[in-house]
Design a protein around this ligand. Structure first.
Ligand SMILES: C[S@@+](CC[C@H](N)C(=O)[O-])C[C@H]1O[C@@H](n2cnc3c(N)ncnc32)[C@H](O)[C@@H]1O
Length: 231
């Protein structure tokens, strides 16, 4: 074989490896490499996360905090305990604690130390109304029936066993409790094979677990926001 053919094959292989690495580390954010790789990548990204995301606070109040407050009012829970799984830099606690009508406490859990550090700094004014825990979402360190509300936003697609993670959320929810999770859809969902489900299939999975009153509504560009009640 001529020498240039070796160079050509080498260049093609290097290109393929580069593409595979880009997919695994940038597009899939480490999702197929295990939770500790995901957390390691988020540790790196933590200083830039809020700037890149540019959260819409009014939108979060309307889409995230309002349905939770409505559920708590309807179920007459005055001092709710909320678990935010994969809290990141604390977007959900930030949206909920800013509401004067919310008088409860929040446990904010994530596997990335630096994302949690950011959340802690951002939410310091709320004192012990928010507690931070560095744990894996797939093994929640809580007793069954512990929380009035469990949320998990923009994170299920990064978990090795999404179904097991949702089962854990079911376990720690009190009967009558509200689950609020995001399900990745949209034009880029195909880039995460095995990690996303179409809207109807995701809702069916929640119903199969036992959730009632399952509702999906479009949220942001890439997600459904899905709620359900544990009977
Ligand atoms: C895109 S961020 C979403 C953060 C936040 N929920 C939000 O809406 O801004 C994904 C977060 O999920 C966390 N995460 C991913 N897999 C996890 C796991 N198995 N256990 C705990 N946290 C996890 C990451 O560390 C990261 O902070």
């Amino acid at each position: 074989m001529p020498i240039w053919a070796y160079f050509l094959i080498g260049a093609a292989l290097a290109g393929l490896i580069g593409l595979a690495l880009h997919w695994q580390l940038v597009v899939a954010e480490g999702a197929y490499l295990g939770p500790h790789v995901v957390a390691w990548l988020y540790d790196r990204f933590a200083p830039h996360y809020d700037r890149v995301k540019q959260f819409d606070k009014a939108g979060d109040a309307l889409m995230l905090a309002a349905p939770i407050l409505k559920h708590l009012a309807v179920s007459a829970v005055s001092h709710a305990v909320v678990l935010d799984v994969a809290t990141g830099t604390g977007r959900l606690p930030d949206a909920l604690l800013a509401q004067r009508r919310f008088r409860g406490h929040i446990v904010a859990l994530d596997l990335s130390r630096r994302m949690l550090d950011r959340a802690q700094a951002k939410l310091a004014a709320y004192g012990d109304r928010v507690v931070f825990m560095r744990r894996d979402a797939q093994r929640l360190p809580f007793d069954a029936d512990a929380f009035d509300v469990v949320t998990c936003l923009e994170a299920l697609e990064f978990m090795r066993d999404q179904h097991a993670a949702v089962r854990e959320m079911w376990r720690v929810l009190k009967p009558g409790g509200l689950l609020m999770v995001s399900n990745r859809i949209g034009p880029d969902a195909w880039k995460l094979p095995g990690r996303t489900l179409p809207t109807a299939a995701f809702a069916a999975r929640l119903r199969a677990l036992g959730f009632q009153d399952v509702q999906s509504r479009p949220w942001l560009v890439d997600y459904d926001l899905v709620t359900g009640i544990k009977p």
